[in-house]
Write a protein that binds this ligand. Sequence first.
Ligand code: NAG
Ligand code: NAG
Ligand code: NAG
Ligand code: NAG
Ligand code: NAG
Ligand code: ZN
Length: 475
Amino acid sequence: MASLSPQPRKLPADEEPADPKTALLTPPVPSPSSPSSPSPSRFLFAFLLVTTCISLAISSAFAFLLLTSNSKPVKEVARSLSKLPHPVVILISSDGFRFGYQFKTSTPNIHRLIRNGTEAETGLIPVFPTLTFPNHYSIVTGLYPTYHGIINNRFTDPVTGEVFTMQSHESKWWLGEPLWETVVNQGKKAATFFWPGSEVKKGKWSCPDKYCQHYNGSVPFEERVDTVLGYFDLPSNEMPVFITLYFEDPDHQGHQVGPDDPEITNAVAHIDSLIGRLISGLEKRGVFEDVTVILLGDHGMVGTCDKKLIYLEDLSPWIEIESEWVQSTTPVLAITPPSNVSLAEVVSKMNEGLSSGKIEHGNYLKMFLKEDLPTRLHYAASYRIPPIIGLLQEGYKVELKRSDNKECGGAHGYDNTNFSMRTIFIAHGPQFGKGRKVKSFENVQIYNVIASILKLKGAANNGSESFADNILLES
Ligand SMILES: *[C@@H]1O[C@H](CO)[C@@H](O)[C@H](O)[C@H]1NC(C)=O
Ligand SMILES: *[C@@H]1O[C@H](CO)[C@@H](O)[C@H](O)[C@H]1NC(C)=O
Ligand SMILES: *[C@@H]1O[C@H](CO)[C@@H](O)[C@H](O)[C@H]1NC(C)=O
Ligand SMILES: *[C@@H]1O[C@H](CO)[C@@H](O)[C@H](O)[C@H]1NC(C)=O
Ligand SMILES: *[C@@H]1O[C@H](CO)[C@@H](O)[C@H](O)[C@H]1NC(C)=O
Ligand SMILES: [Zn+2]
């Protein structure tokens, strides 16, 4: 269970919004209640209008050719704000929005952002483990889970024995400096309509009632969008410069039915309609071109089935794994044996069994001492990470022993190099190039990008110094 939502959500029943492309192609139909009598002067006027338009179009086309043929293409630069007094960033997360879902059905609103914005062409790379809480908090801190402390959705502090859950809001768990804290520490306003960690009081961030919503998965998505829109009606000194918006879907459906079910298609269409609702609300206020909208997800999703299970009880000829040692099973197998048991021996005996050819699907799981994990995973340097970690191939699951549970669904948490774990990054706003594609990047880069748009001094983090300059247009 990696969804934030404890309650089952009802399925979206919204109508699909009209595709603006087809709307443009459809000629307006004269309404029968307003008859128009054609007269010769009207025809002449229309004729002159059409010919003027055609000649204008031809001359501007020639002018364009002349201007572009012997000079370099005009470099796109950041556009200045026309209405807002200061830059505003809305950071939207659609949980479990696997890269590629945007092509499952018609998503005219998401594609509007893509066409006039900047997109990670092959998706956004999550951090390991590709789980909801670690990734959301990496997005807003720029830190790998090792350094921001949320190393899993649920874990035990090995020193105090205390358990972190998705309901833990004490600041001792949440290290690093999230964006809302960076914003308020520097005298500006931030607002959160849900985000893991947003209810935690840190620095000058006190999660004030006016700007910080306490998590409640039953709040309709439409209400979340409308509340965010309401911030743009505030006087400019009360208007937040940074706003988060969170949707539990399509992760919620993905866990139940896997990534290839029509339920996912419906959930994606619903998310698209919410993006449409946000865009039209911003347009109504005349601020859509001024606001920076960043639409992303935390991780992808892959289908899982009971045919891809590995049972730890099968290892007993090599080593007996006690259930109390096991901190988590799928997709990150994390083991903390008691102190009188050799860690290296547990790893080697488990791997001996798994690679023996005698354990069903054994080759799809490999055990490591955490310090021996591939360094690209950045999953060692925290005392909170259990000493033994097993990496599973995507789609496989681990269970302690056989049971009658027979079900197929979806999961995430696997190696972040796997494409199935990738999600989307789409950014639209004055500092993002129109129709621009960039290479995939890790979500720890996003903190610096938002800090740069908001002209804030960012805290130390794991994003690179140059990334923001490369993805943002020159001011
Ligand atoms: C894209 O931006 C241009 C202005 O640069 C605007 O005319 C056009 O309507 C926008 N397209 C969409 C789909 O928003
Ligand atoms: C959660 O939201 C629902 C829908 O808005 C509301 O009916 C319910 O009272 C809320 N629960 C809490 C604990 O605030
Ligand atoms: C470790 O200690 C426990 C009791 O604390 C004991 O039951 C167990 O046999 C010991 N294991 C080894 C390998 O010595
Ligand atoms: C997932 O990533 C691991 C590590 O890079 C790799 O060995 C494996 O082949 C990948 N699986 C797929 C299906 O791409
Ligand atoms: C990540 O950032 C933290 C905080 O600045 C730093 O302590 C750590 O060394 C960084 N790790 C990597 C791998 O860059
Ligand atoms: Zn998630």
